[in-house]
Design a protein around this ligand. Structure first.
Ligand code: ARG
Length: 273
């Protein structure tokens, strides 16, 4: 099946202050040192690949004292130019939401909403053509799903996450084609009911195996053709190629120490619906 990439606009935040000084997910071990220079080089490699594919990358200025700010996907969700801000579950990350809302102000986006309910941006919201898929169970509140549905005017499908390693939706599910409704996901990360819902909505989805999920292979970003994903998720490459995608392996091993990879570092600015 021929695939057509479309130009994207992303918001990323350099890992200038990245570190693991608290632990809010099972990947974070404060005893493991972080190589800040390597983290920056790996992040720049990701940014430059997007640019080499013709995408626009905006940079959000990092702030001291916010070591997880590199995970820019969590700071907001933008659909049709409307910006739903984040409200973080852990106080350590709280001020990141403000930094994101401030960035959007005066940049020509539609409404910028400070949410009432907990939601960690694109960490838990994934946008396909027909739906907004929404994770809950660890971070985002189920109440945020109704809030997102009202704000975006799109049907929101709530999905229950049950494995603490996959604490955000974007650690267990990735949108491959948002002009269609194509995704890949790791079924075991979801409750039986949510698995059944995914099977109904996405009967042709690519299902990931344990090892690829554990390499955070679902934390991927697609432009409709190229799928950037952690290079260690080797089992996903061939199935992606069979579907007409071009997998692009990226090494973000330092950022993995914070529990994030490609998608976590990348917030998509969807100006049009
Ligand atoms: N240390 C961060 C946290 O636990 C990692 C966030 C990863 N981001 C993501 N979109 N999954 O909140």
């Amino acid at each position: 099946m021929p695939r057509h990439p479309s130009p994207r606009r992303y918001l990323m935040c350099p890992p200038e202050y990245f570190d693991v000084v608290y632990s809010i997910n099972p990947w974070m071990d404060t005893a493991k040192p972080v190589d800040a220079r390597l983290a920056l080089a790996q992040w720049e490699d990701l940014r430059d690949r997007y640019r080499s594919f013709g995408h626009t990358v905006e940079e959000l200025e990092p702030r001291p004292g916010l070591p997880d700010m590199v995970f820019a996907a969590n700071g907001a969700t933008v659909v049709g130019g409307r910006v739903l801000g984040a409200r973080f579950a852990h106080s350590e990350r709280g001020p990141e939401a403000v930094a994101h809302r401030e960035w959007f102000a005066g940049r020509g986006f539609g409404e910028v909403c400070e949410p009432v309910h907990l939601n960690e941006g694109e960490g838990d919201f994934a946008v396909t053509r027909s739906w907004v898929l929404a994770g809950r169970g660890f971070r985002s509140s189920p109440l945020s799903h109704a809030e997102a549905q009202e704000f975006f005017g799109r049907p929101v499908i709530g999905l229950d996450l049950v494995d603490p390693r996959y604490y955000h939706l974007d650690t267990a599910l990735a949108v491959l084609d948002d002009a269609g409704d194509e995704i890949m996901y790791y079924p075991e990360a979801f409750s039986p009911g949510s698995r059944a819902v995914l099977a109904v909505l996405f009967p042709d989805a690519l299902l990931a195996q344990d090892a690829d999920a554990a390499a955070l292979g679902l934390n991927a970003v697609s432009d409709g053709l190229r799928v950037l994903l952690p290079q260690a998720a080797v089992g996903l490459f061939e199935p992606l190629r069979e579907r007409g995608y071009e997998p692009v392996g990226v090494d973000l091993s330092e950022l993995l120490k914070g529990g994030g990879s490609v998608k976590c570092c990348t917030q998509e600015l969807r100006e049009r619906s």
